[in-house]
Ligand binder design. Sequence first.
Ligand code: 8YV
Length: 324
Amino acid sequence: MKPKVFISKRIPQEVEDYIAQYCDYKIWNEETPIPNDVLLKEVADVEGLMTPKGIITKEFLNSAPSLKVVSNIAVGYDAFDIEAMKERDVWGTNTPFVLDEAVADLVFGLILATSRRVVEFNNYVKEGKWDRVLDSEESFGKDVHHSTLGIIGMGRIGEKVARRAALGFEMDVLYYNTKRKPELEDKYGITYSDMESLLERSDFVLLLVPLRESTYHLMGEKQFNIMKSSAIFINCSRGQTVNENALIAALQSGVIRGAGLDVFEKEPVAVDNPILKMDNVVVLPHIGSATQKTRFDMAMKAAENLVAGVTGQVPPDLVKELQG
Ligand code: 8YV
């Protein structure tokens, strides 16, 4: 008998076919996210769950007594309660490597969109305002090339951004990370910095840290106050790494120039969030990894982890906290 699994979002047919070879599966094929009560019913008798969010709590695990593996279709697994999973002996996996380049591309999308005011001027043209003169200090953008980029969090995605920045845009790249990476310094000519001087010196401050207790609200009032008033803040990590009220205040009072945000403290972002009214902020609905190929690769990787987990093999991308 094949092991039972549940897939809580639509995935490409080829990935579904792969899972079907090894598992007896059910899938949530609706456009809207699966309601929690439906999910809890569906996992009552499964050994494997493949999910885009992976909010795995003790209570959730109690509803899924046969569960052996949770395959997260994302690299971030901040929603795993690691202790609860350890206690129940449930494996948890993620999808590293395959999304690094796509997220790094989107980081540059936000850097360029904010500094060159792409969205603002796109609206300007579409609203038929081209005839108004755009030739004043206030209407000019800000150079990206040869400026200074400060990357907080030099993991795999940080490295891809650093390469683009240093070699492509000839930027000076500063980075702050819990572990210094001399090999990247040699390879791309980037410079290690403490957080305070990175904030002080950067024209663009990019946050790319995973969400943990230690990174919750890593950026707050104090940090924004250190930044240049001409600097732009970019967040492509998790919304909760930033104190959003402090960011709003910094943007409203001109403490910083602008922001490019792919993530929010609460997602979907509330429609009355003041950020949505700011011309100097470009917002996206958490689409860092959302290209066709990358999302396919993530789904396939997650499927391989799922199948491994329910067939008794250690999944290739078992998260490090659950190894050993
Ligand atoms: C989303 C991400 O989680 O991989 C991550 O950690 O933040 C994104 O890729 C993904 O879009 C959810 O399916």
